[in-house]
Design a protein around this ligand. Structure first.
Ligand code: SAM
Length: 294
């Protein structure tokens, strides 16, 4: 089968099937062999690995994955792509294509069925409209995962990797870094795709922590505090937390917890590290069980 990482071959197959791109599914097909090779290298694939690919499209990256991994399970929502995938992947007996919505798939069950519950790798050129739910879903549903290597919008990759005190730092940085170590592998310009997206892209690898980087008694409370602090970015941490509809701590309780951590009463949420948010959650969690339904 011709290498679909070459634009001419992608155009040929699209024309052969009269395929119409669907904007609502975030369809931008990758046509750059160097970028494809870098993604495969960054994921560190071996023949022992099971890879979950989200949105195989016409099977461009799937071909590379099939060559380098032991088994590939590819989940594609668009049924118009299924006959195309049959043709483009016919040479491989280690690929399973499922015509489903990834947000409705029980990925833990897939890992169990295809990999005996051992950690899987996730590789994808993601549909950008659902980047965050896909990634947070993978982490929060406790799917056994080694690493996730994905193409995302450039700004989103930068937010995932950002540290305290920078303009990109926010709830997404903390959520991702709680579960994984982010590393931006490459920036990818729009001309590497058909059709060209209106934004720049980047490949980011998220390597799952073997051990959580912070210990926190109540994870949910910590994430409620994080959300509340960044919802009102320009407010002090103390005001952000007291004004939050999600929390019901008194001003005094909040102020005491901030002080107990050795932080200034006027500190802003964006200055706090993950460790400090964990400390804050532990301090407030001890004071009262006075949080509302979270
Ligand atoms: N992997 C291909 C490539 O690199 O050329 C296609 C990538 S394209 C950016 C995103 C793919 O995800 C499309 O094929 C699209 O149909 C598929 N997709 C969109 N939403 C999806 C969903 N909820 N579940 C599964 N696949 C989805």
């Amino acid at each position: 089968m011709a290498n679909l990482g070459i634009a001419k071959n992608t155009i040929e197959i699209i024309q052969k099937y009269g395929f119409a791109f669907q904007k609502r599914f975030g369809q931008n097909f990758l046509v750059d062999t160097h970028v494809l090779e870098r993604i495969i290298r960054a994921a560190g694939l071996t023949k022992e690995d099971m890879v979950l690919e989200i949105g195989p499209g016409i099977g461009t990256m799937t071909q590379y994955l099939a060559e380098n991994a032991g088994r590939v399970v590819a989940v594609e929502i668009d049924s118009n792509l299924i006959p195309i995938l049959k043709e483009t992947l016919q040479a491989y007996d280690n690929v399973t294509v499922l015509n489903e919505d990834i947000l409705k798939v029980d990925i833990r069950a897939l890992a169990e069925e295809y990999n005996g519950g051992r950690p899987i790798k996730v590789v994808a050129n993601l549909p950008y409209y659902i980047t965050t739910p896909i990634i947070m879903g993978l982490f929060e549903s406790q799917v056994p995962i080694d690493n996730i290597t994905v193409m995302v919008q450039k700004e989103v990759a930068e937010r995932m990797q950002a540290g305290p005190g920078t303009k990109d730092y926010g709830a997404l940085s903390l959520a991702v870094q709680y579960y994984a170590e982010p590393y931006i592998v490459a920036n990818v310009p729009p001309n590497c795709f058909i059709p060209r997206p209106g934004v720049g892209s980047a490949v980011i690898r998220l390597t799952r922590h073997q051990e959580m980087p912070v210990k926190v008694k109540d994870e949910k409370l910590m994430f409620s505090l994080i959300r509340a602090s960044f919802n009102q970015r320009r407010k002090t941490l103390q005001n952000g937390l007291s004004n939050s509809a999600e929390l019901s701590f008194s001003k005094e309780e909040i102020s005491a917890a901030i002080q107990a951590l050795g932080l200034s009463p006027t500190v802003r949420g964006e200055a706090l590290t993950l460790e400090q948010f964990a400390g804050l959650a532990d301090a407030l969690g001890e004071k009262t069980d006075g949080t509302q339904e979270r």
